[in-house]
Design a protein around this ligand. Sequence first.
Ligand SMILES: [Zn+2]
Length: 164
Amino acid sequence: MGMQMNLIISLEEFPEEGRYLSGELDAAVFGIDCDALRSTGPLSYELEVQLFETELMVRGSITAPFELRCDRCLALFPYTVELDDLAFSYDVKGKLAFDITEDLREEVVLALPSYPKCEISDLECEINDTFGDFRLDKDPQTGVDSAAPSSESVWDALDQFPKK
Ligand SMILES: [Zn+2]
């Protein structure tokens, strides 16, 4: 069984007390596959959905795990985007269902750091900022100075998102 690719909220016979939705969307929704940024798991969501006449209100939290490359030491490290207190509202007049996949994806993408560094995941970076280039010159053993920094940034990767 393939994983869920879209989160489509059915508006038919919508319960007055609202709906609670939880589940996972396939990591493929991010469309990310590059050296600097890799999606390592599904987008998990826990949402409360309510319908007030023609207004659809969506609130809740989403998380998604990634692997990022540190801008400084070029090491890969895990990073999880966790967003609580998300809130969306939509005019759904005349609709029988509403797809919120795109908005969930966008929230996660916007939460990704544009200049990832080990510290954001509470990891110690091999290259300490306070030493700066000095240490690179003095300690070729790290091998870091031979590693060519990639021209590919997180934002380049995001530009490759399939556009609707
Ligand atoms: Zn680092």
